[in-house]
Design a protein around this ligand. Sequence first.
Ligand code: CS2
Length: 465
Amino acid sequence: MTPSTRPLNRTTYDAAPAAPVRLIHLGLGAFHRAHQVFYTVKAEADPSDPEWGYCSFTGRGPSMAEKLTSQDGLFTLVTRSGDGDEYDVIEGIVEAQPANNVARLRELMASKDLAVVTMTVTEAGYHLTQGLEINTSSSSVATDIDALRGDHSRITYLGTAAGKLVLGLSARRDAGLGGIAIMSCDNIASNGNTVRASVLGLAREVDEELEEWIEENVTFPSSSIDRITPASASELARDVAEATGYEDVAPVVAEPFASWVIEGDFPNGRPAWERAGAQFVEDIEQFENRKLWLLNGSHSLMAYYGQLREHDTVAEAIADADVRSRVETLWDEAARHLTADGLDISGYRAALIERCENPRIRHNLAQIGIDGATKQRMCAVAIMNAELGAGRNGSGSAFSIAAWIAFVLGNENAANINDTRASEIDKARRAGQPIRALVAVLDEDLAANESALATITGHVEALTS
Ligand code: CS2
């Protein structure tokens, strides 16, 4: 620390009194802080007397919880636009806990005031089969079920989010309290149904009466979340110290844009997130698809095609006219299926171009390229299937699928495939017909559709020749 800087905490910063814990988050990372915590703080009617505090649990290791605890939960949010940076200290996390503090989680979930649990645990973190059944052959699921069949007060570790929620909900029921909302903020379609299937599926294995109680009392709203929050580089802390004088060990950087669309009920209340710009809708599906297909769909296309063309960041990729025209074609296909009122697709597309071009957000294509098997299934494959269903060939979305395949085939070293499904991908690319096998990793029906496969294969051949 240089003489002119000081540590960041509730005393040095002269923060408002810490709000009571009424919110829990599972999966404390940069995105949670730049999104749900940001919205919650902005939703406070009186920031000098906040009502909604978060206790946020990390997904795995203790590191982020330790850093935030050393700062009483405070951190700086750097909002980075093309023109410059804004620095805000965010006070909404009042407690940060490591993933393994299940005793504290259980205690908080059985408190009267607790209203909402939000979560970002990635699709793999729900441990569901393709048919949305809890995957009891996963060892972490099996271990959690065993533990939850025993004495809950002795549990010191649970590996799955569903296991933790079942532990907490069981304590809540035993305390005679009413329901709460559990809301996934993962970037997956129908995330409310996903978390519901995961929690009910695991509860059923442990205690059928608890499963019924959850069904009657707990809600699982769906949400579509959006804010580009790239992994922060070490220079960020230096920028924060220079600009604010605080030696922040856990700053976050994000773009100015933020969106949160929510469908569902909150039986024990919630922050007035609409005051911060969140949109509450009756039917979220097309909003979800707008986000997944247009933003994430173009991101994935840029991640694979852009890296094949030796770009490193989104801003570089979108500046390449060839990449840009592939993105526009993908969007044209997606837009034909995004017709609900209020979606404003042309405005959304224009804003997206500007967001991608933001020269000061360094969003690495390699980071976006992680977990392509899951992301492409939700984006390019979903668009292509919609196009095929409408009697067209979906060549633009097929190109994105092909770019992923060309990228995977070009990566000799299996260890370089950064994907929770890496072993399936590695097996597929060594199969007799690798293109068909890789398409099957994304969608078996698509791989069995000869004309769709031919469209994809044509693009892969052009990309690899
Ligand atoms: C990105 C997303 O890594 C990725 O797949 O496309 O993280 C994207 O930045 C966010 O979904 C934006 O809301």
